[in-house]
Design a protein around this ligand. Structure first.
Ligand SMILES: *Cc1c(COP(=O)(O)O)cnc(C)c1O
Length: 404
C-alpha cells in the first residue's frame, strides 16, 4: 500500500496533562529526579522516558519530533532550532576529519557555504555534482566518501533528484544518503524511496506562518540517539535546540499542512501553466516541459501535487527587481526570501539566497540573473492573482502587449 504521510500524522493521538486536546507545553529547562540513581542512569542513556535537561530533549520537542518522524516514515526524529541547526550537526555526526561528501551542486546557499567554506576547516571536503546525472554522482565517490547529500527538489533551480536511483548508488558504496526535503513535504517521502536521513527546514512550509525558524532530522533511533549523546552528539554538544514553546506552536501548524500543501500546489500549477502559455520562461516540476517532471511523478504522493515553488526568468536582474517591486506594491506578495508562507513570496536568488555561490558557478548551474523564485501563496482566487500579475508584467515590459 502506498505511504500516506498526512494520515500518519493524523493517527498520532496526544493528550494534554489535564485532558487538553493539545499536549501540554513543557515549560522547564531542567527536570527533577526522585532518586539520584535515576539521574545517573539518564546521563548514561539508560533511563527511557526520563528527561534530563532541555538541550538534550523536552516533552514538547519529542511530540513534534515524533509527528515529523511519522510524516517521513522514519523511526524517530530530532527537532532543532533551525534548518541549518539540523543539517550541520547531522553532517558533522556522520563525518570526521579526512572524510568526504558528494553533494548536489544546486542546494540551499547556506548548506553550500557550510560544505564549501566551513567543513574544509575540519578537513571534511565535498565534491559538488550534477545530481541528475547518476554517472557523474558515482564517479565523484572516493574511498573516503561517507555521505551522499541532496535536496529532493533543489533550491532554487527546482531540479528533481531521482531518490530511488541515488539510494541504490549510496547503498552500493556504503554511504549514508541524506535528503533535504524542505521543498516537498508530503509530496515526496524520501525514506520510502531509500534515503537514510531526511531533513527539513521547518521554517518553510511545515510551520507555514513565517514567524520562526526551525529544523528537524528524521532517521533511525540509533542515529538520532547518537546526535543527542551527552558524550559526542553534535546536536547535544553544539546546542542548536528548539524552544519548547516554539515546538508546541509548530506542532499545531503541522496539523493543517496537508490542506495548505494542496492549495500551494494547486495555485502554483495554475500560475505555471498560465505563465508558460504567455511565453514566459517558466520552471515548475508540474509542467511537462520540466526535465524532472517524469521523475517527480514517479516519486510523488499524488494527493499533494508538485509543490508551491516555481521560477520565472525575466531576462535581467533590473527587470526582475522592477517586477518584484511592482508586484509588492499591488499586494500580490512580498519581496522576501524564504517560502511556504500564506502569501506569495518572491526574490531573485542570484543576488540573495544563493549569493554565497560564486557568479561563475551560478552560471554553470543555470542560475541566471533574471531568475525570480516564487513561493506561491494560498490565494483563494488564483485567476484574479494571475490577471493582476499579468498587468504588472505588461507594465514593466516583461510581457509585450498584443503577443501571446
Ligand atoms: C531555508 C532552507 C534551509 C535552511 O533552513 P533555516 O531554517 O533557514 O536554517 C535548508 N534547506 C533548504 C532547502 C531551505 O530552503
Amino acid at each position: 500500500m502506498k505511504f500516506k504521510p498526512a494520515d500518519k500524522i493524523q493517527d498520532l493521538q496526544y493528550f494534554g496533562e489535564f485532558g487538553g486536546v493539545n499536549p501540554s507545553i513543557s515549560d522547564s529547562s531542567t527536570y527533577t529526579f526522585l532518586s539520584a540513581k535515576t539521574m545517573f542512569d539518564t546521563f548514561e542513556g539508560n533511563a527511557d522516558g526520563c528527561y534530563l535537561y532541555s538541550r538534550h530533549s523536552s516533552p514538547s520537542n519529542l511530540y513534534l519530533g515524533e509527528a515529523l518522524a511519522a510524516m517521513e516514515g522514519t523511526e524517530t526524529a530530532n527537532v532543532a532550532a533551525s534548518g541549518m541547526g539540523a543539517i550541520t550537526p547531522a553532517l558533522l555526526q556522520l563525518c570526521k576529519a579526512g572524510d568526504h561528501i558528494v553533494s548536489s551542486r544546486t542546494i540551499y546557499g547556506g548548506t553550500y557555504a557550510f560544505l564549501k567554506n566551513f567543513a574544509p576547516r575540519l578537513n571534511i571536503n565535498t565534491a559538488f555534482v550534477d545530481i541528475t546525472n547518476a554517472e557523474k554522482v558515482e564517479a565523484a565517490i572516493t574511498e573516503n566518501t561517507k555521505v551522499l547529500y541532496c535536496e529532493a527538489i533543489s533550491n532554487p533551480l527546482l531540479e528533481v533528484a531521482d531518490l530511488a536511483e541515488l539510494a541504490k548508488i549510496a547503498k552500493k558504496h556504503g554511504l549514508t544518503f541524506v535528503v533535504d526535503n524542505t521543498f516537498s513535504p508530503l509530496s515526496i517521502s524520501p525514506k520510502e524511496l531509500g534515503a537514510d536521513i531526511v531533513i527539513h527546514s521547518l521554517t518553510k512550509f511545515i510551520n507555514g506562518s513565517s514567524d520562526t525558524v526551525g529544523g528537524v532530522t528524521c532517521g533511525s533511533q540509533e542515529f538520532i540517539d547518537s546526535l543527542r549523546s551527552v558524550n559526542d552528539g553534535a546536536n547535544m554538544l553544539l546546542g542548536p535546540t528548539m524552544d519548547s514553546m516554539r515546538a508546541a506552536s509548530i506542532l499545531k501548524n503541522l496539523r493543517t499542512l496537508h490542506i495548505r500543501i494542496k492549495q500551494h500546489s494547486h495555485n502554483a500549477m495554475y500560475l505555471a501553466k498560465r505563465f508558460q502559455e504567455e511565453g514566459l520562461r517558466t520552471v515548475y516540476p508540474g509542467l511537462k516541459s520540466h526535465p524532472g517532471h517524469e521523475t517527480f511523478k514517479k516519486m510523488m504522493n499524488e494527493d499533494y501535487g508538485f509543490g508551491g515553488l516555481l521560477t520565472l526568468d525575466v531576462g535581467s536582474l533590473e527587470k526582475a527587481n522592477e517586477l518584484m517591486e511592482l508586484m509588492q506594491k499591488r499586494n500580490l506578495g512580498y519581496l522576501a526570501v524564504s517560502l511556504g508562507f500564506y502569501k506569495t513570496l518572491f526574490s531573485a536568488p542570484g543576488s540573495s539566497t544563493s549569493s554565497e555561490i560564486p557568479e561563475e558557478e551560478q552560471k554553470e548551474m543555470g542560475l541566471s540573473d533574471g531568475l525570480i523564485r516564487f513561493s506561491i501563496g494560498l490565494d483563494n482566487d488564483i485567476e484574479r492573482t494571475f490577471q493582476t500579475m499579468k498587468e504588472c508584467m505588461l507594465e514593466v515590459g516583461v510581457l509585450k502587449k498584443g503577443t501571446a
